[in-house]
Design a protein around this ligand. Structure first.
Ligand code: ZN
Length: 102
């Protein structure tokens, strides 16, 4: 299927989705406002919980060889990386959370 037909089909799909949402809103009008009130109260709490509980994850991908092998040469200094796969070393590069990875 070529790109134009795929895009035209997606336009029709999204128009159908929007029409379905409007139909649901009109059909279940009595239950919509309490549902929206509960969602608007709970959504910020859910966002905060996800942000707090999501684990920090360091980017260990080496810019030279591409392998996930970057470590910090001196754990007490917050900058500097060294690659254990190819030997790449940059004393000024900052990659957060590298100490917490291993
Ligand atoms: Zn490397």
């Amino acid at each position: 299927m070529n790109q134009f037909l795929r895009n035209a089909l997606m336009v029709l799909v999204w128009i159908a989705v929007a029409a379905g949402v409007v139909w649901l809103g009109v059909r279940f009008q009595r239950h919509l406002m309490p549902f929206l009130c509960v969602v608007s109260v709970l959504l910020p709490f859910l966002y905060i919980m996800v942000c707090v509980l999501y684990p920090s994850w360091g980017d260990t991908k080496c810019p030279k060889c591409g392998k996930a092998a970057l470590v910090r040469p001196d754990k007490s200094v917050p900058v500097g990386v060294v690659c254990t796969a190819c030997g790449f070393r940059d004393d000024d590069m900052y990659r957060p959370y590298l100490n917490e990875m291993y």
